[in-house]
Design a protein around this ligand. Sequence first.
Ligand SMILES: [Zn+2]
Length: 263
Amino acid sequence: MKTDYGKLTWEEVRDADKDRVIILPVAATEDHGPHMVLDTDTLLGTSIAREVAVRSPEDVLIMPSIPYGFNEHHKDFPGVIWIQPETLIAFVTDVTKSLAHHGFRRILLLNSHGSNHPVLDLAARKTVIENDIICVSASYWNLMSDRINAIRKSPTGGIAHAGEFEAAMYMHLDPEHVYPEKAASQIIHDPSSRYFNLDLAAGGSRAMLMRWWSAASPDGTMGDPTVADAETGRQYFEAAVEETIGLVKEIRRLPMLKRTDHH
Ligand SMILES: [Zn+2]
């Protein structure tokens, strides 16, 4: 069964089960410390989506990944490609509008880059308003924070950006392109703070301040990649795939609700 949207013919799109969940991975191209490469978010998000398709082919179609995101605050680091949030919302909602036009009604915006989170939340809401279909946005680490915390070796602050979590998964998926000898721990977390916490799995920040990345971190790392290894990376990846399949199955079961205009 085909699961790659780009490998369908137009007749296959016409005849496709329109309740399959369309996964659109949205990522970024940016610095990930001296020890990791620019495509980190893109490789991780795309690999999760592809493995979901291998294990649950009848439930999904996978769109080509969008490899750019909202990250202008990273641009002091060479290599970053940044997209304005308005542009990203417009681009993503043009994709979802196209999908809705062809009859698809269940879309998952699968995010793998932190600062895309609020942007894709808005894009999903806008898709629902404009097309009256189901469009869900999810940052994959949020689907599995309990499982991250069960696997992790680093304390709070160790998993934010190019830290233990991303480094371990990349080591599992493409070990040739991780350079552990260059990794250094940069745990930038104030344990006395009640309101600020950028750790991806520690319950979320109660209040949000996103500084210029070069002001917050000297080498672009936020977290502790020095404790990452491929085996925990395999466990993180496994959890991400399983939880994304769980979400896909729920999205597939969601009822299509009818609006009532009470004017
Ligand atoms: Zn990342």
